[in-house]
Design a protein around this ligand. Structure first.
Ligand SMILES: CC(=O)N[C@H]1[C@@H](OP(=O)(O)OP(=O)(O)OC[C@H]2O[C@@H](n3ccc(=O)[nH]c3=O)[C@H](O)[C@@H]2O)O[C@H](CO)[C@@H](O)[C@@H]1O[C@H](C)C(=O)N[C@@H](C)C(=O)N[C@H](CCC(=O)O)C(=O)O
Ligand SMILES: Nc1ncnc2c1ncn2[C@@H]1O[C@H](COP(=O)(O)OP(=O)(O)OP(=O)(O)O)[C@@H](O)[C@H]1O
Length: 515
């Protein structure tokens, strides 16, 4: 990343939270920062770290040959060898990159309020609800989720299959927000992003957790590591600068097992939310009707009703988290109610597709055992008929969850259509076999309770063709995603188009606005 401007190396290094050397480097002009040697241009600061698949230190020579002005790395200088440019050793290259990126962009997170939302399931939905509540309360909100970034009314697509961008890109978004007059940034933050220091250096003011369950253990190794990564968001509260009149607030789900783990992490204010346990923000009563869900909330502001168009009992939790965020930011009851009500749908999350068919079709993003269970339970509550589910499991990701998802589907769906979900370089049939093994362990029988149709468009067509009036068809795991990965290629994909095409094949043609 380079620009016409430059920043002195000393200024950048001063942002590192540990002492860095040397004054002779003070006046070196840096024209850009990158961790990718292929992006180095003359004057760039190259940051080397030990990556997931390759050691970035291997590319120092390449970076220097392309004109790097200086190199930051984790390795001891004697292991790097003699360089014609300054080498600055740091304790952790990724961490250093994050602070350098923040400094390069002028620490934008220190110039607005920043809300971070983490958890296994419900981050995107909660981020959407929180931003709507804060907007209704008069804040100028910038948002970054899996679905993309929204800044000053403009939408930006982010990279496929990623949520939390790399530190340099993320800081660039934050700077853009400041320039666009954003007063509050609401960021969906993943455990990958936390563990890889993509959000390190961001001055978070409010941290929210949805829940912490089984996911991404392929990446983190153990549940303990996964929880530690999530905890980093809460540690960033007190480890980053305070802003005037802005307390550091920790918003926790008192019904979730993460509560005991996250509560000891220091903050200036705690707000808890729950349905079951006592909590600051508590659902006293939940009513479902055709237009959505009404929750009676008992809170420090008093007791009031909020109505959401979102479907599914789990959304009660997402709504409660957003109410708590509103309270933390000083929103009044009407603003909280208006903000929750304003969210009509979240793309690809329990989203109905209505082309006049006599059964319900919902597009959902559930891709974990817990979220699949939640989605199926919610679907079951919407019908006296059958629940038909279409889903797969991603290649090169957490294998343990495949069988677990098969078990969940066998227990909760009347028919499961097992299909592709980004197989990547794995064999789609082998992935489906692992899901099927889980389903069979739960007593499901192929042909009766589940079928295998690897082609996802065909799987969806089959599912809707099986539906009888009153049934619910739920397609899980792709949601909003615009591509599907086979091998190493991302092919265009639209779950919405696939569902609409399947319904058209059955003769349903009523027009629905594209989502
Ligand atoms: C597998 C994985 O975790 N990869 C992440 C990781 O890559 P990495 O930098 O360690 O990659 P590497 O290939 O080992 O390269 C090491 C270093 O060598 C450098 N290099 C490499 C080649 C070269 O010629 N020159 C060179 O300088 C690279 O630029 C890099 O600095 O660190 C990068 C910086 O943080 C991430 O962008 C990248 O995410 C990849 C793109 C990815 O797909 N991540 C997914 C799994 C992800 O993070 N997903 C979550 C959401 C998950 C969910 O909720 O479902 C997300 O937050 O997006
Ligand atoms: N609070 C919740 N608890 C459990 N499941 C949920 C919750 N909220 C949503 N879900 C389920 O998880 C799916 C994904 O929702 P959402 O995109 O909001 O979560 P996410 O954490 O952002 O996921 P990702 O990080 O993969 O984008 C939904 O489609 C729904 O099935």
């Amino acid at each position: 990343m380079t620009t016409e401007t430059h920043v002195l190396l000393a200024t950048l290094l001063a942002a590192l939270p540990w002492a860095e050397t040397p004054s002779p480097l003070a006046n070196l002009a840096i024209r850009g920062i990158t961790a990718d040697s292929r992006a180095v241009q003359p004057g760039t600061l190259f940051v080397a770290y030990r990556g997931v698949s390759v050691d970035g230190h291997r590319f120092i020579g390449d970076a220097v040959a392309r004109g790097a002005a200086a190199v930051v790395g984790e390795a001891a200088p004697e292991d790097v060898g003699a360089l014609p440019v300054p080498y600055i050793r740091v304790r952790d290259g990724r961490e250093a990159l994050a602070w350098l990126a923040a400094a390069w962009h002028g620490h934008p997170s220190q110039r607005m309020r920043v809300v971070g939302i983490t958890g296994t399931d419900g981050k995107t939905t909660t981020t959407t609800l929180v931003s709507s509540v804060l907007s209704a309360a008069g804040e100028h909100v910038g948002v970054l989720t899996t679905i993309g970034a929204t800044i000053g009314g403009q939408h930006f697509e982010t990279a496929p299959h990623t949520t939390t961008p790399d530190a340099l890109e993320l800081q660039q978004y934050l700077r853009h927000m400041v320039e666009a007059g954003v007063t509050t940034a609401v960021l969906e933050v993943t455990s990958h992003g936390l563990a890889q220091h993509r959000v390190t250096g961001i001055a978070f003011d409010t941290a929210i957790v949805t829940n912490i369950t089984h996911e991404h253990l392929d990446f983190h190794g153990t549940l303990e590591n996964y929880r530690r990564a999530k905890a980093m968001l809460f540690e960033h509260l007190m480890n980053t600068p305070h802003k005037p009149n802005t307390p550091k607030v920790s918003i926790l789900n008192a019904d979730d097992s993460s509560f005991a783990y996250l509560r000891p992490i220091p903050a200036e204010r705690y707000l808890t939310y729950a349905v079951e346990q006592p909590a600051d923000v508590r659902a006293e009563q939940v009513r479902y009707d055709n237009s959505g869900t009404t929750v009676r909330v008992a809170s420090p502001l008093g007791t009031f009703d909020v109505h959401t168009h979102l479907l599914g009992p789990f959304n009660v939790y997402n709504v409660l988290a957003a109410v708590a965020a509103g309270i933390a930011h000083g929103a009044d009851i009407p603003a909280i109610q208006a903000g929750i009500e304003a969210v009509q749908r979240v793309k690809g999350r329990m989203e109905p597709v209505d082309m006049g068919q006599p059964f319900l079709v919902l597009i959902d993003f559930a891709h974990t055992p817990v979220s699949l269970e939640q989605a199926l339970t919610a679907a079951r509550a919407m019908t006296d008929g059958r629940v038909i589910v279409v889903f797969g499991s991603a290649g090169l990701r957490d294998r343990a969850k495949r069988g677990m998802m098969g078990r969940v589907a066998a227990r909760l769906a009347d028919l499961a259509v097992l299909t592709a979900e980004d197989p990547r370089t794995e064999d789609v049939n082998a992935i489906i076999a692992e899901i099927a093994a889980g389903a069979e362990a739960e007593g499901a029988e192929e042909g009766r309770d589940y079928v295998r149709i690897p082609d996802r468009a065909e799987a969806i067509a089959y599912a809707v063709a099986q539906a009888q009036p009153g049934d619910v068809v739920l397609t899980c795991g792709k949601g909003h995603e615009p591509t599907m990965c086979y091998g190493t290629t991302e092919y265009p994909w639209s779950e919405h188009d696939a569902v609409r095409a399947a319904l058209q094949r059955l003769g349903f043609t009523a027009h629905q606005q594209p989502s």
